[in-house]
Design a protein around this ligand. Structure first.
Ligand SMILES: Nc1ncnc2c1ncn2[C@@H]1O[C@H](COP(=O)(O)OP(=O)(O)OP(=O)(O)O)[C@@H](O)[C@H]1O
Ligand SMILES: [Mg+2]
Length: 651
């Protein structure tokens, strides 16, 4: 490897000896680069076996990129590195020791947020809690609690990060005395249903380590060098997992930027990074202040946005000053989207960029993707959207996702209920009953016999046998191979061919296949986890040459020569929930950190766009048009670094 690529301060980190170390540095300073460099250095210069290295990244896509990068240096040896996300690691441990954890017969089903919430609704009922109706427009009972708020509070409790009695803290809404038994009851129901959700992907391995110390010892023997990227977004539970693994040797390297912490709502705790040396007094702490990614203007604007935030350090850059940021005030969201498309067209036309893949469009909420996607499609510009699978298609995609879940775990209750009679298997009555009340898979045949006699039982058993076959034939498959098995074995495409709108529905199925084919996820379980987390990349016909549409959360760690930050309005960035009077200080700081992440993705040209009015859609209903104000965050920007532009000029 060529160590001259690194700056002297970066090189110190790459070559640092064993023991704990942390890197606290701003965006674009080379944290991820150094992490990759250190792995290559360990293998090449120090003869560490690749299989002894565990690297944690924030997304599966980041893991794939890191592996690819290392394959460039290490060749085939890179295949033996373990590069994974916390969730995928947890899931792997759970599957490896599923018997010990009490999952009989098969590996656990992977529950997404919807499934988890309906489970919580059941449990809350047993506790006599009234759950507020989530029908828009209907006034809710003041005693009723919001399911989504309760669910986040329970999750945070399970991940061990409930802060007590902060008046302006959302967690303060629910009492610890309520959350503890509620969380226990929820977890035991989850286990009875043979499923895991996100928090349990982390908590179960910890429980496993506690009850079966030999499993921990095996893991500790396997991974003797551990490195973690984006450490500011690590939760206490994730940290606890890492600490267990490195207990015998303390070979833990963590890199991150406290000012880019944007997952507080998932229990992330940036103080873990700041207080790393307290946990490991022998730790060395390295700063990196030079930004290698962005122009002087982009660095200055990013610094300005971040200035009011505590912690972290300011960056400087030796790069060129570059063009001023361009600010556009759109009339509404359609105008905003057309502006984005026209500017990309202009940049391509004037050869300022070579292909559309040099552009990222970032927004606060998934709903904002739709208008931009439409405008780019109309303009004939290639793009891909990063979102969850639901966004890519209609019911057929949901059906296929259900089948993929069943291929992974044939007793996955919610998935079973969805497709038990799709395509039709004369199990309509069973389907209806299942949607009202979940029944454990093992009890299904007896239950079906009660409901529809021996024939119903027989048909249901046939269906369960089909699922078992599907499971067996997809073991060890990639996500797209698994989908191919689903299409082949379930008769789904044949049924679809006989439906109305078959052309568009088959096309969406084909698009979905393409999405899976391009997925970096190594296996079905990882893909399902990513899907629930909204981290699936849509299909783009031209691959690398397409503009990426992404939420700011999912854009962490990435960079593009040109970045559009859209929806820079009060209410969107900072995002305040409908009905809540305003964001608390903590929430507003997290929103500011999001803006900081967004700005600092740009290498050269940053576009800032807001709408003067916007149609607010609420749950599928056509909403009213509302006047909007530019984001208060823009008040922090030095005006001389920003140029106001109009639509329709040559870029
Ligand atoms: N010493 C260097 N010389 C030139 N380019 C560098 C150097 N170090 C890093 N870079 C480049 O700078 C860019 C940013 O690096 P990297 O993504 O590692 O930063 P980061 O600190 O991880 O950023 P973020 O906080 O956004 O994740 C990359 O394009 C990388 O190749
Ligand atoms: Mg990085």
């Amino acid at each position: 490897m060529d160590l001259r690529r690194f700056s002297p301060s970066q090189r110190q980190i790459v070559e640092a000896g064993d023991g704990p170390l942390s890197v606290l540095a701003g965006p674009g300073s080379g944290k991820t680069t150094v992490l990759a460099g250190r792995i290559a250095y360990l293998v090449e210069q120090r003869g560490v076996p690749p299989a002894a290295i565990l690297a944690i990244t924030f997304t599966t896509a980041a893991a794939a990129t890191l592996r690819q990068r290392l394959a460039g240096v290490l060749g085939d040896a890179a295949q033996d590195l373990t590069i994974t996300t916390f969730h995928a690691l947890g899931l792997r441990l759970i599957r490896q020791w599923s018997q010990e954890l009490g999952f009989v017969n098969s590996a656990p089903a992977v529950f997404g947020r919807e499934d988890a919430r309906s489970l919580l609704r059941e449990v809350a009922g047993e506790f006599g809690l009234e759950i507020a109706a989530e029908v828009p427009g209907r006034a809710s009972d003041p005693w009723a609690v919001s399911l989504s708020r309760l669910s986040s509070a329970v999750d945070r409790h399970r991940l061990g990060s409930v802060k007590r009695s902060h008046g302006d803290n959302e967690n303060g809404e629910f009492d610890e005395e309520l959350l503890r038994p509620l969380a226990d009851a929820y977890e035991s129901l989850l286990r009875r249903r043979g499923a895991v959700d996100y928090p349990s992907m982390l908590t179960l391995p910890l429980q496993l380590f506690a009850t079966e110390p030999r499993t921990l010892q095996l893991v500790q023997d396997a991974y003797r060098w551990v490195l973690a990227d984006e450490f500011q977004d690590t939760s206490k539970t994730q940290y606890a997992l890492l600490q267990k693994v490195v207990e015998p040797h303390h070979n833990l390297a963590v890199v991150g930027d406290p000012k880019q912490a944007v997952f507080g709502w998932l229990g992330a705790d940036p103080s873990l990074l700041l207080e790393f040396p307290r946990q490991y007094p022998e730790a060395r702490v390295f700063p990196l202040d030079q930004n290698h990614r962005s122009t002087g203007i982009v660095v200055a604007l990013s610094n300005a946005i971040a200035a009011p935030l505590k912690g972290g350090r300011e960056s400087w850059t030796g790069n060129a000053q570059g063009p001023r940021a361009r600010l556009y005030a759109a009339a509404d969201e359609n105008d905003e989207a057309r502006f984005v498309a026209a500017e990309i067209g202009g940049l391509l036309g004037t050869r300022q960029i070579e292909h559309a893949g040099e552009v990222g469009v970032l927004y606060r909420t998934n709903a904002q993707a739709r208008a931009v996607a439409l405008a780019l499609r109309t303009a004939g510009l290639p793009f891909r959207v990063r979102a969850d699978a639901d966004l890519f298609g209609g019911p057929e995609v949901r059906d296929l996702v259900a089948y993929l879940r069943l291929a992974h775990c044939p007793s996955d209750g919610p998935a079973l209920a969805r497709v038990v009679n799709t395509p039709p298997r004369r199990l309509r009555a069973i389907e209806r009953a299942l949607r009202k009340r979940p029944v454990p898979a093992a009890e299904l045949p007896v239950w079906a016999a009660k409901l529809g006699g021996a024939p119903a039982r027989h048909r249901l058993e046939q269906f369960l046998a089909l699922l078992q076959d599907l499971h067996d034939s997809t073991l060890g498959s990639s996500p797209v191979q698994a989908l191919e098995c689903v299409l082949l074995q379930t008769g789904y495409p044949e049924w679809l061919t006989a439906q109305k709108d078959r052309a568009s529905r088959l096309r969406r199925t084909e698009e979905f296949r393409a999405v899976l084919a391009e997925s970096p996820a190594p296996d079905l379980a990882t893909w399902l986890t990513d899907m629930h987390l909204g981290q699936i990349d849509g299909h783009a016909p031209t691959g690398a040459g397409s503009t990426v549409l992404s939420t700011i959360h999912s854009a962490k760690g990435a960079e593009w020569p040109v970045v559009f930050v859209i929806g820079l309005e009060d209410g969107l960035l900072p995002h305040t929930r409908p009905g809540s009077p305003g964001a608390s200080h903590q929430q507003e700081d997290e929103e500011r950190r999001l803006a900081y992440v967004a700005f600092s993705r740009a290498q050269v040209l940053l576009y800032l766009v807001y709408c003067r009015s916007r149609q607010l859609a609420t749950d599928g209903e056509v909403g009213r048009v509302e006047p909007r104000r530019p984001s208060r965050f823009m008040l922090s920007l030095p005006p001389e670094l920003v140029e106001r532009v109009n639509a329709g000029r040559a870029a």
